[in-house]
Design a binder for this molecule. Structure first.
Ligand SMILES: [Zn+2]
Ligand SMILES: [Zn+2]
Length: 140
């Protein structure tokens, strides 16, 4: 079981399953919401995630060409979750939203071609210059 909570506590989530992927994304849009660095995300199955509290959302066309819906707390702005039009079966939860102690860490770095020149990307991570293949098997 994983738990999420925004900075002000208005938005919470409980997640009952294991992630299908844990990834770090360096795309331009992620840098814009992550203060210049990458976003760190755990992709869960849609049916495993339950939210409480009101979310605000914004849609944009991602570097992949898919419509990405980013959701955040309208009160404190904490990034909470993203959802791709190409993969409605998954919820991409921001690791910063998850309560400490979750034990998850990125296993893959994606859109590394967009990373700033000062970025230090762990060479141990599976790395993709752009969009990786869709996850198929459970992974931590
Ligand atoms: Zn909040
Ligand atoms: Zn991204």
């Amino acid at each position: 079981m994983y738990y999420g909570r925004c900075a002000c506590g208005q938005v919470k989530a409980t997640i009952s399953g294991e992630p299908v992927a844990v990834r770090q994304c360096w795309c331009r849009q992620c840098q814009q919401i992550a203060a210049g660095g990458p976003t760190n995300n755990a992709m869960f199955r849609e049916q495993d995630v339950r939210f409480s509290g009101e979310l605000a959302s914004h849609d944009h066309v991602a570097a992949s060409g898919n419509v990405l819906t980013r959701s955040f707390c309208p009160n404190c702005g904490t990034p909470v979750v993203a959802q791709s039009s190409a993969r409605p079966q998954f919820r991409t939860m921001r690791l910063g939203f998850l309560e400490p102690g979750h034990g998850l860490s990125p296993r893959m770095a994606i859109w590394t071609a967009d990373a700033p020149e000062w970025a230090r990307i762990d060479p141990a991570l599976e790395s993709h210059e752009g969009q990786p293949p869709a996850p198929t098997t459970p992974a931590r």
